[in-house]
Design a protein around this ligand. Sequence first.
Ligand SMILES: [Zn+2]
Length: 208
Amino acid sequence: MPRGEFKLIVGNMFGNKTGRLMLEVDTLREFGRKRVLIFKPEIDTRSGKSKIQDYHGKTMDALELSIRDPWQALKIVREKESEIGTRFHIIAFDEVQFFPADSPFYLVVDELLARGYDVIAAGLALDFKREPFGSTLLLFAFCKGVQDCLWLNPLCAKCGKPAALPQRIINGKPAPYDSPQVQVGGKESYEPRCYECHELPGRPAPPW
Ligand SMILES: [Zn+2]
């Protein structure tokens, strides 16, 4: 079995990463006649149980995966394959930033590729502190070139320039640096901002 192909859909919130993932899955299923299994981290409560959901409300069924024990994915794939009596071609993961960088998620993706599955992953690059979020950026290691990654950023809610950063807003004010990294939310608590317009009160000053 040759090693699988990898594709990363990466970017900011409101960049329609999940929508793009679903478009790819739709195309693979409908025209490529491929069998695709979708996973989402169990922490993502926004889209509803066992579903991923895009910006416009379109949903697809997805299996929930433990963020601390993503190795479960291999077991689940095997179980589902014995249910349907055949192999999946592609394993897709949404919201991969919720798998911590120190979880084995990176190794799970590597193993799926080694077992011959193509993998598509979608995730948020940076958190509201402008810092790498979970496993997303690690997965760049599996891209062989620019053709394997798609960077999707929306426009800044303040000035309209490309916006790489999620601005977290609490009661109408920018969230302070020391608030927790994960706070699942949508438009009520986040908006896209560019680096010039991003506000982060309490961010530690550099040492020099
Ligand atoms: Zn801006």
